[in-house]
Design a protein around this ligand. Structure first.
Ligand code: 5GP
Ligand code: MN
Length: 344
């Protein structure tokens, strides 16, 4: 059986907030991933069960391989429908902030979120939550925000009433935040939760294929190109990095999501501890998007904080640089030297 995720006080506050609210918004971070979209859709489904009419607002485009999830067509994109989304935010009386710990993770949507008078509930598994909320449910030890949403619904005794419309997005978010249950997923509870989700008739094999076997030919060739031509392995430091320029992205007709998972691949090399991806932003000049992944106890979030204006989890972090790609490479080399003693 699962241990309760909420204390009695937290449960009471959450119940009261939901009961007292009519206009409920659920939102997530920019570049929404499976966990961000999954937790919004799962929680929205639960809100519908509670007789509410929730609306999911996301800051920007989410990848193609998440479009299959039920109810994605109802999601409002902030970047496309800003005025409408601003009005919904302003009129909301409860806003769920899912899968992020600081308003700045929502970029252009942050001002709207900050000025909203609605009470806010954060449900998130990133370290160091830092937002003004009526209720903060922060559980960095959990594999995903979707796991948290499941546990909340379970504790509130409502899981039996949920359908596949709840189970599919929740399963998807747990799957994507653990790379298909290959990292961050050794807790037996995760497999108990999966066993319950499967009782709702979801096809987990199909969900896997929808997400991981749904790419374009271009993406596969881009991966081949990066691994063959661009990967720099610094063996002494057990680290690797690669760059991806705007020109290269154009060559492979790059679309959002095409670089997903690429930064994990160098970690397949025996003994490698750290992998860094440096990708030129296609929309803004002189912006390099940085992704970092590590294995074991090497803290890539420390590297992200110290050198790349970012942060994240122990083994998965991100950040950004405001410079050209060559300078980004120099900064990366400095970062490796700086962490040499822990990498060697
Ligand atoms: P990704 O490489 O997928 O962009 O990010 C990996 C992880 O790092 C995600 O869990 C994400 O939440 C976190 N992350 C990405 N960028 C930032 C950032 O600028 N600040 C913090 N604190 N976390 C980040
Ligand atoms: Mn997550």
């Amino acid at each position: 059986m699962l241990k309760d995720i909420l204390s009695k006080d937290e449960r009471d506050v959450l119940e009261t907030l939901v009961e007292e609210s009519e206009n409920i918004v659920l939102c997530c971070h920019t570049n929404p991933d499976g966990d961000a979209i999954g937790s919004c859709l799962g929680m929205a489904e639960y809100m519908r069960y509670r007789g509410k009419r929730p609306l999911v607002i996301v800051p920007d485009l989410f990848p193609d391989y998440l479009q299959w999830m039920p109810n994605t067509e109802k999601i409002l994109r902030y970047d496309k429908h800003t005025a409408e989304a601003d009005a919904v935010m302003a009129g909301a009386d409860l806003i769920f902030c899912l899968d992020f710990n600081q308003t700045k993770r929502t970029d252009a949507m942050a001002a709207s979120l900050e000025s909203a008078t609605a009470r806010k509930v954060m449900i998130d598994h990133h370290l160091e939550p830092d937002m003004d909320c009526a209720l903060v449910i922060s559980r960095p030890e959990m594999c995903s925000t979707c796991e948290m949403v499941f546990r909340i619904v379970w504790q509130l005794d409502c899981f039996t009433m949920m359908t596949s419309q709840f189970a599919a997005p929740i399963y998807c978010g747990m799957m994507t935040d653990t790379g298909g249950f290959v990292y961050n997923s050794s807790s037996p509870d995760i497999f108990f939760i999966i066993s319950r989700l499967l009782t709702k008739g979801i096809d987990k094999d199909k969900i896997y294929r929808n997400v991981y076997n749904n790419y374009s030919e271009n993406r596969l060739r881009l991966i081949g190109y990066v691994l063959y031509c661009k990967l720099v392995v610094v063996s002494d430091y057990h680290a690797a990095f690669f760059t991806l320029t705007k020109q290269e992205q154009r060559r492979f007709r790059f679309i959002k999501g095409d670089a997903e998972g690429l930064v994990n691949m160098p970690l397949q090399i025996k003994g490698l501890k750290l992998s860094i991806s440096l990708r030129e932003d296609t929309e803004r000049p002189n912006v390099v998007l940085v992704s970092l992944r590590s294995v074991g106890n090497f803290p890539c979030n420390k590297v992200a904080e110290a050198f790349f204006n970012g942060g994240g989890h122990l083994n998965a972090s991100g950040g950004r640089l405001e410079c050209g790609i060559d300078e980004a490479v120099e900064i990366t080399k400095k970062a490796l030297s700086h962490f040499a003693s822990t990498l060697k």
